[in-house]
Design a binder for this molecule. Structure first.
Ligand code: LLP
Length: 431
């Protein structure tokens, strides 16, 4: 794994620091992020678009991992920000994120969310449905102000890893269908509202994608619509937002796409399309979440009990599980792990890593080669930076884990471990 570095003692290090030291200092389960890797990932996106001479906004999809510290790093790296709820927007404001670079998503934005977006004058709202258009119109009237929006359309392409599916009407709760005319109907309605400015179109075709084809197909579908809208309404978009979805490597099965190839293919296709329609090259916005943070963190756990079922399987249990990483249980997601204090020891057995929740499906990794382990050893699971902490829960009343950032050989706690007082803090007595 790319975060696989060891020190003289044969311990796993992250950002140059001994993970067993971090586990001892902060306890486990513990998320440890290598901030330099976050910066590298962010810069790769920004620099690649710049290299191809494209005006772009790289909006970090904060659902992947949102915290004040994380959004401060995103701000420092000149990223824009995709938020999908009032909670994510609130976090962004707490991080003092430049409001003009915040984009608000959501398939059921409520009045409070839209009001917050308007009040703080964020960069744009991504319009998802008819109901929201009317809500936004009324709020803008109350506040006597205006708002830039993107129109979220479903282009009829659903991409998963190596496959993409072309459909007519996409069966999705998000956005307006291009195929059945709803996107155009929404566009017409928006054109009637003079406080709302349609800056462009948005689409998001899926997540953990390894091929550029799906993105290119989506671009073609957007331009099919835009060709008509140019003719009928003389409309030319300033922005095309192609969403997120860039895959990362969790195990050897995963082959991330090369950013260069992606941007080059994208630019070539868009150039072709805009030349045909005689329009200016639009700004390209993208929304990577996983690709910014996914491979930048490890989760550290303490190994506890073991159970050997002869002829079947050995289980090794750790002190976290589906509460800090639901992805294996929810998506059969695969991860790699090492014993952080025994990295140089050759594997002597194959075992499956179980969590400590009261649920059989609470497994982190099936059948992973490991050296012989003892209670108290530290297990490090790689590539847990995206959709780990952000999807964590209080199941079984586990307090949420802590998060530490490491940079320049310094460790800094950025999300405190919850206490048992935190766990019951909203409970009220009934006696
Ligand atoms: N933009 C939009 C509109 C999205 O819906 C998403 C993710 C993203 C950007 C960021 O996608 P990314 O670059 O991270 O793939 N919980 C799942 C992933 C759900 C993604 C939902 N939308 C997981 O753990 O794999």
């Amino acid at each position: 794994h790319e975060l696989m570095n060891t020190n003289d003692q044969g311990h796993l290090t992250i950002g140059g620091l001994d993970t067993t030291y971090l586990a001892k200092k902060y306890g486990t389960p513990l998320f440890v992020y290598d901030v330099n890797k976050i910066r590298e990932n962010a810069r790769a996106f920004v620099d690649t678009f710049e290299h191809y001479g494209v005006k772009a906004q790289v909006a970090y999809a904060s659902k992947a991992f949102s915290s004040i510290a994380m959004l401060q790093v995103a701000k420092q790296e000149k990223l824009s920000l995709d938020v999908v709820s009032q909670g994510e927007l609130y976090t962004a404001l707490q991080a003092d994120f430049p409001v003009e670079k915040i984009h608000l998503h959501g398939n059921n934005k409520n009045v409070a969310e839209l009001e917050m977006a308007v009040k703080y004058n964020i960069g744009c709202v991504v319009i998802d449905n008819f109901h929201e258009i009317e809500l936004l119109k009324d709020i803008l009237a109350n506040y006597q102000t205006e708002m830039d929006v993107l129109l979220r359309v479903t282009p009829g392409i659903e991409a998963h890893t190596h496959d993409y599916i072309l459909t007519g009407n996409e069966d999705s709760k998000f956005g307006f269908d291009l195929a059945n005319g709803q996107a155009e109907e929404a566009f017409q309605r928006l054109q009637e509202i003079d406080t709302i400015h349609v800056k462009g179109l948005h689409c998001h075709i899926g997540s953990q994608i390894f091929e550029t084809d799906g993105f290119i197909m989506a671009v073609r579908r957007l331009f099919d619509a835009l060709a008509g809208w140019k003719k009928t309404y003389h409309y030319v978009p300033q922005v095309l937002n192609l969403g997120g979805g860039f895959g990362i490597r969790y195990t050897d099965e995963d082959q991330p796409l090369a950013l260069d190839g992606y941007v080059e293919a994208l630019v070539t296709e868009i150039k072709l399309q805009v030349d045909q329609l005689e329009m200016d090259f639009p700004e390209i916005w993208i929304e990577p979440g996983r690709a910014i943070v996914g491979n930048t963190a490890v989760t550290l756990y303490t190994i506890g009990s073991k159970k050997a079922i002869p002829g079947v399987r050995d289980y090794i249990a750790v002190d976290g599980g589906m509460t800090d990483n639901i992805r294996p249980a929810l998506y059969q997601a695969k991860y790699e792990a090492v014993v952080a204090n025994k990295v140089n020891m050759p594997p002597s057995t194959t075992a499956s890593i179980a969590g400590k929740c009261c649920e059989s499906g609470d497994m982190l990794i099936w059948d992973v080669p490991l050296p012989s382990v003892e209670p108290g050893d530290i297990l490090a699971v790689f590539s847990t930076g995206a959709y780990g902490y952000s999807m964590s829960s209080h199941y079984n009343r586990f307090p949420k884990a802590a998060v530490v950032f490491v940079e320049d050989m310094q460790d800094k706690i950025v999300i405190q471990r919850e206490t048992y007082q935190d766990v019951v803090k909203n409970d009220l007595s009934y006696e």
